[in-house]
Design a protein around this ligand. Structure first.
Ligand SMILES: Nc1ncnc2c1ncn2[C@@H]1O[C@H](COP(=O)(O)OP(=O)(O)O)[C@@H](O)[C@H]1O
Ligand SMILES: [Mg+2]
Length: 262
């Protein structure tokens, strides 16, 4: 059995009287696309925020690449190769695409001007940004100096995904990346997901769009009432089965939960 690249056991998260995560488990394997599905409030975002370093769990354990981790910040998670595109997009609309890509990890000029005067290597960042976007096949973004507020929803999402893809070395987490997008733009984001997988990265895709999930996922983690209700694969469980588990119409015994996991 392959070792999980990202693993959680007994993760619990409470917000006052609300229990968002109730001792949930999680397994992501190397090179796979794992979809996380579940009703609103099932704890999907709370779950991935633990791994993203956005908030620590109240209880439970997490591992990345076999190492037990307790992330205190998103920077901690990034340093372990985990990049997240949050449900509420964290791009800065007024800044240009290149600046957005390098937000929080700007590249300094080489030599004295960079180390002493902390001058930014803007040309270098633009060149790298162009390369990333080209690598990701986002050809619609020609002008890297364009402000992000002038972009469409899909293009903004693409910038956010490109940023994650450019810096994530192990895991890319996408929280409902297509929720606000049209069909064509969603298609682009799904292509990016496939591309990330082809490049050997592991992807967590939160979505409740079943056709999209079935198009790209290798396995599906079904989150319900703060726990993992089941893990299924698209070829062994129909969309109806998955939705049934999601809503509680179908229950999967705890010991069979992981039958389909490799
Ligand atoms: N920052 C927060 N403060 C208070 N309650 C929260 C917070 N984040 C999430 N919750 C609650 O935790 C539960 C799970 O939320 P969430 O993880 O966002 O679910 P999902 O992403 O599956 O829709 C919900 O009841 C939600 O209202
Ligand atoms: Mg959510």
């Amino acid at each position: 059995m392959t070792e999980a690249i990202m693993k959680g056991r007994g993760l619990t998260k409470r917000f006052g009287s609300v229990t968002a995560l109730n001792g949930t488990d999680f397994d992501l394997y190397p090179g796979e696309v794992l979809a996380v599905i579940g009703d609103n409030g099932a704890g999907k975002s709370s779950l991935i925020k633990c791994f993203a370093g956005a908030h620590p769990p109240d209880d439970g354990q997490m591992w990345v690449a076999g190492e037990e981790v307790s992330f205190k910040s998103t920077q901690d998670a990034r340093e372990h190769g985990v990049e997240t595109v949050f449900q509420t997009l964290a791009v800065s609309p007024a800044l240009d695409i290149a600046t957005n890509l390098f937000l929080g990890r700007e590249v300094r000029k080489k030599g004295f001007m960079g180390t002493f005067f902390r001058q930014l290597d803007k040309k270098g960042m633009r060149r790298m940004a162009e390369q990333y976007l080209e690598d990701l096949g986002i050809s619609t973004l020609q002008d890297i100096t364009q402000a992000v507020e002038t972009l469409s929803g899909g293009q903004r999402q693409a910038v956010a995904v490109a940023r994650a893809a450019a810096f994530g070395s192990k895991v890319i987490i996408l929280d409902e990346p297509t929720a606000a997008l049209g069909v064509r733009e969603s298609g682009k984001v799904l292509d990016l997901v496939k591309d990330l997988k082809n490049r050997g990265l592991s992807v967590v895709l939160i979505s409740h769009n079943m056709p999209q999930v079935y198009e790209v996922a290798d396995r599906i983690h079904v989150q319900r009432l703060g726990v993992r209700a089941a893990v299924v694969t698209p070829d062994t469980a129909s969309m109806n089965d998955s939705v049934g588990i999601m809503t509680g119409a179908i229950t999967v015994p705890q010991e069979e939960q992981q039958l389909s996991a490799s």
